[in-house]
Each structure stands twice: as structure tokens, then as C-alpha cells.
Design a protein around this ligand. Structure first.
Ligand code: MN
Length: 142
């Protein structure tokens, strides 16, 4: 795997999108951004991301339905998918795992731990920049 992973962010909220993408790109990682499942589907025809961050609550096809659809497609069933769930939405984390997500991160995003948490699902990814003291190394233990 590339040590600069390509992350597809599927998120309809522009400020959440910018914050998330900025943190990953600061790390030297690459991002592609989609504001809807339909837009992400178009991108996936051309790009094969190393991991997908999936907002659950989106207009049009929601993140759970989109995740289930990806899991049924042999081309995408191995890509790690991490759900972005609202802290207040009790039960969303369970639903995300049931739909085929590999994990979940609660919003608002904790920018200090985001990269470390995603790295858990990318064994070969490396931190390119940033202050390692801001990362919780426990997340990276096998
Ligand atoms: Mn949303």
C-alpha cells in the first residue's frame, strides 16, 4: 500500500468536509471529496481509495445504504469504511457496523486523534508531518 494513502471523504456538510480533509492533507495524505453517495459513486469509477470516511446522514442515499451497496460489490468490499456518526445519534455506531463499516468516528471530529484512528485501518500508512505527541499511540497497537 502507498504510504500516502488516498482517502475518500463522503460528507455533505462543507465545514466538516473541509476540517476533515485539511487534517488528512496536513499529514501528507491525499483526499478525494464527495458531498453525496451519487458523487462518490462517480468518483469510485475512476479512483480506488485506500479507505472511505462515510457520513451517515446525507440527503439522497444515506451512508448506511451506500455502505451496504459497496459491500455487495466485489470491487469495493475490501476497502475499509469508517462511519462518521453524530455523537447525539445513539445507536448509529451499531447500525454502521451492521451495515458493513469497519469502525466509526464520532463528530465533532477530534482533530488531534483523527489521523491516528484512521491509521488503525491502514497498517502501512505513515505519518508524514505533524507532531507525533498529539497522536494517541495506543490506537496504533496491533
Ligand atoms: Mn451529513
Amino acid at each position: 500500500m502507498n504510504t500516502n494513502p488516498l482517502i475518500l471523504i463522503v460528507e455533505d456538510n462543507p465545514s466538516n468536509m473541509k476540517l476533515t480533509a485539511d487534517v488528512l492533507e496536513y499529514e501528507g495524505w491525499k483526499t478525494v471529496r464527495a458531498a453525496s453517495a451519487a458523487e462518490a459513486t462517480g468518483l469510485l469509477a475512476q479512483k480506488h481509495p485506500d479507505l472511505i470516511l462515510m457520513d451517515l446522514n446525507m440527503p439522497g442515499e444515506d451512508g448506511l445504504t451506500f455502505t451496504r451497496r459497496l459491500r455487495e460489490d466485489p470491487e469495493f468490499d475490501e476497502i475499509p469504511i469508517i462511519a462518521l456518526t453524530a455523537l447525539a445519534m445513539v445507536g448509529d455506531s451499531r447500525k454502521a457496523l451492521d451495515a458493513g463499516c469497519d469502525g466509526y468516528i464520532t463528530k465533532p471530529i477530534d482533530t488531534r486523534t483523527l489521523v491516528a484512528r484512521i491509521s488503525d485501518f491502514l497498517p502501512n500508512a505513515e505519518y508524514q508531518k505533524g507532531d507525533s505527541s498529539t497522536h494517541n499511540s495506543a490506537w496504533r497497537q496491533p
